[in-house]
Design a protein around this ligand. Sequence first.
Ligand code: AGP
Length: 612
Amino acid sequence: MCGIVGYTGKNQAAPILLDGLSKLEYRGYDSAGLAVRNGSAEAEVVKAKGRLSALSQKTNDGLSLKGTCGIGHTRWATHGAPSEINAHPHNSDDGNVVGVHNGIIENYQELKEKLLKHGYAFYSSTDTEVCIKLVDYYYKKYEGTPIDALNHAMVRIRGSYALAVMFKDYPEEIYVARKDSPMILGVQDGESYVASDVPAILKYTRNVYYIGNLEIAKLEKGKVTFYNLDGDEIQKELTEIKWDAEAAEKAGYEHFMIKEIHEQPKAILDTINSVVKNGKLDLSAVGLSDEDIKSISQIYIVACGSAYHVGVAAQYVIEDIARIPVRVELASEFRYRRPILDKNGLVIIISQSGETADSLAALREAKSMGVKTLAIVNVVGSSIAREADNVFYTLAGPEIAVATTKAYSAQLVACYCLALQFARSCGRLEEAEEQRLLDEMLTIPQKIEKILEDKERIQWFASKQASASDIFFIGRGIDYAISLEGSLKLKEISYIHSEAYAAGELKHGTISLIEDGTLVIGILTQSELYEKTVSNLVECKSRGAYLVGVTTYGNYNTEDTTDFTVYVPQIDTHFAASLAVIPLQLLSYYVSVSRGLDVDKPRNLAKSVTVE
Ligand code: AGP
């Protein structure tokens, strides 16, 4: 996610802003910038693509930028590729307003069209430039105050924002506005600070204000004044931060992984919302026309690790809803087996990082054979994103923990959206059924929130598994796909050997491994396959296994068979993976913690495997 910082006080602003941005690097970014004002002079803006060091170099560690009031930004690209022109701060052409933003302006296209009609021009492809020029437009239209301009803009904007702006007519002051995106304000002896997260200002002050949604604030030197959306002044309590810097980067969570597990509802909602316009699915931005889709004879989903597991789940969903044949392949196999691809096929590469060597090689192999390619990627401008014919960006934000959770979940819903789009384009899905499925998808975030409320029960069970070995995950259909992901999560962060098995396959050999006390986790969300998987669990139980069931509310007779049962809310069977995987993520996390391991950076693993 992007990071914003701001400072107004008696010291030179630029070095403080750079230091603050360096504390936000963990949020992930691809470019950065500063805007600093020296008294009433217009802001001087400096931006750089790449690491923060490039910006430091351009500004001689901030020393070449004079002034005691400024804002800064690290950009995690969502609209517009990583580049200097797209980097923040963004400004109105006459320099009247300059600002930085973290969030997503969902209706930026319609706002851009409105501003174009009023004579505005645009130099970047970002939603933020639209937002800044909208503030400028209202400032001039109402000839009011910055607060007036901001609240008019806030009423018009749909989306999320942590906004920090400076107005030419108001030197030494910074104005901020917030909706959904994180923001913290600090004050200390004649100094005022704004940042996306506590680490950026912890070195300077522990006295902070928490700004609420749809609230505005004016930062003067050592003084912050708050306003509501009507422009009325409101009072806020000052709070003292007790965290240390390291803890603060995780926003109070012990590890990035548990923080990202909790970010899944937002990652899913942002990803779905990125392809929903006026309540309807609209994947035009992905670039596949109806004609393209109708001509697809075969889909090949190619990926690695958890992304591959998304493909296994997606195969069931796309085939069942869109009735297009789907093959799922490991990229490391695909790239060397001289695949025979149908020229009317579509190769879908799924990758969080967009840099996985095997997946990139598979993409190039498909392109060399003249087959259309689509990438589902979380990093804007990554190699796979740039080389694929079409891209569907997941909006999970940067994922820091090596074990993927929120990106996996965002990839899943991206595949659900593709399934609906493919079915509609092929005339295989009635509008009413499509709407029902979309509405059902939109219940996933709140249902995950509900599962997370139950996490202490899973934590209790996990704490008893610290010395477990040889854990089995079994399931049928989509439940098998969930088993694959559950097993990998456990292996990669707890170092406990585990296997995922298609439940019906156990009796063909592996069941010989089951003995007294072996932990077998059965995934039971697919109603049509429920009884069969229960039978497989009973087979394991008769050989001494300890059974855990993951099933949906209502299947309370599961407890007649299993020794420990986790229930998840009911949902259309196609989307069950999005819910059943959550307890498995939590189980793996808590087992790893109970074993005292480095959850976020497990041994031998890298976040992106950019080598073969
Ligand atoms: C999953 O938790 C792992 N970190 C790993 O399997 C990962 O999914 C795989 O390496 C693929 O990475 P990518 O999505 O960035 O291509």
